[in-house]
Design a protein around this ligand. Structure first.
Ligand code: GDP
Ligand code: MN
Length: 407
């Protein structure tokens, strides 16, 4: 699960990471009020679940035309430094309700519902600092660079030697030398090594305590008056651990998520939307992955990953089927079920019920195998609906790719 910058900063602050003072606003008047309290120069930051806001541009939600800065000089970006509450109100009113397009948002952009208003910082230097799970070495790993502010992917591609890494051995846990070695490695001046390494320790603490999967600070800054501060923050969390973090789970912003994925999660379905044209309904994550692979292998491309689970009910299968039909890109559906715990007759019933309910608009290929397979096939046959029955995985993939329009 992803959260907004203002939420990530609150989480980090709670664990001791220094962040700028500020607050979040849903209206331009609220934004002005926060600026008045802070006084002086402030920064208005659009809150969306995508990075690259500083270099992004706003579009009018209704007309699609660029939203300009108040002086008309150029399109408005997602991070704007301004003086005074009136200017903040003006900027916030241009951001709120409009669409911010960034490198990470996709061309359609994201609608902005909230802005973060923070005290303006005088930056002397920008760094990059993140912690994530490195599966290859089975350890949490810090990634840091003295070339902050820019995208880390670009630094990694052009100057890999400018990236520092430090792993946290899970048997030993965090130890203060990790923070110190990063602080020295990044070239912090002597009197800043302590605050910088403390920040690294706090970041680790925040990550572990919340079962995060990513915590990224870009940029981490040194201010002109010598403070080390997280100027931007991004945190992702392990969905499987959310049950024990109600405070984190509450931070979920459904407005930022795919509507079909939200619908799927309500029914306990494991669904991830993709860009292809073959809708997949499969039981078991392994078989779902295998199904996607074999569709690709035969020149097609999957419209989704969908695992209906081991013990899905007729209702769940119906819901799954409805979700597939709602995706406008789907031109054919492959139902690939191995009946182990899941019985083929239950799947067949679900498919027939859903097909009747939503109406089959696209060809459907069904491959059933395992428990109650005969009964399952019977149900499909007797339904009076047209299914292409496949004999094995290869045949199923060939049939569904052809049905979706070929390679
Ligand atoms: P992102 O573009 O979505 O990653 O948003 P950031 O929060 O990282 O902001 C982008 C850039 O805006 C930063 O790298 C800074 O250079 C600049 N910026 C953000 N806040 C301030 C601030 O308080 N003062 C100054 N001078 N620059 C800021
Ligand atoms: Mn950033």
């Amino acid at each position: 699960m992803k959260i907004h910058e203002y939420q990530a900063k609150a989480v980090l602050k709670r664990h001791g990471v220094p962040v700028p003072q500020g607050d979040v606003a849903a209206t331009a008047q609220e934004a002005a009020g926060i600026a008045r309290k802070l006084g002086g120069r402030v920064v208005v930051k659009a809150q969306i679940h995508a990075g690259g806001r500083g270099k992004g541009t706003f579009r009018d939600a209704a007309t699609g035309k660029p939203v300009m800065r108040p002086d008309g000089s150029k399109p408005l970006g997602g991070v704007v430094v301004v003086d005074g509450p009136e200017a903040v109100e003006e900027i916030a009113s241009r951001m709120l309700g409009n669409v911010l397009v960034t490198k990470q948002s996709g061309p359609e952009g994201r609608r902005v519902g909230r802005v973060l208003v923070e005290e303006g910082m005088e930056i002397s230097k920008e760094f990059y600092l993140a912690v994530l799970l490195d599966r290859a070495i089975r350890s949490l790993t810090f990634i840091a660079s003295a070339e902050g502010g820019t995208e880390i992917e670009e630094v990694a591609a052009t100057r890999p030697e400018a990236i520092l890494k430090a792993a946290v051995d899970p048997r030993a846990g965090y130890s203060p030398w990790i923070g110190r070695s990063l602080a020295f490695g990044l070239g912090f001046e002597a009197k800043l090594v302590n605050p910088a390494s403390k920040l690294v320790a706090s970041l680790h603490e925040a990550f572990v305590r919340t079962d995060a999967s990513l915590a990224e600070i870009n940029p981490l800054i040194v201010t002109t008056d010598g403070r080390v501060i997280a100027l931007d923050a991004k945190m992702n969390f392990d969905d499987n651990a959310l049950y024990r973090h109600h405070d984190i789970a509450e931070l979920r912003d459904l407005g930022e998520e795919d509507p079909l994925e939200i619908e799927a999660s309500k029914h306990g379905l494991n669904y991830i939307k993709l860009d292809g044209s073959v809708g997949c309904m499969v039981n078991g994550a392994g078989l779902a992955m295998g199904t996607m692979d074999i569709i690709k292998h035969h020149g097609g491309s999957p419209a989704n990953f969908l695992d209906v689970g081991g013990g899905a009910t007729v209702e769940a299968v119906t819901a799954a089927f409805e979700i597939l039909m709602k995706d406008a890109n789907v031109r054919a559906v492959l139902v690939n079920i191995f009946g182990g715990i899941m019985r083929c007759d239950v799947v067949a019933e679900g498919v027939v019920t859903a097909a009747r309910k939503v109406g089959v608009k696209v060809p459907m290929v069904v491959r059933l195998e395992g428990t109650n397979v005969e009964r399952g096939r019977e149900i499909l046959r007797e339904s009076g609906l047209t299914f292409l029955v496949a004999d094995g995985m290869k045949d199923a993939a060939e049939k569904v790719v052809a049905a979706a329009g070929g390679r």
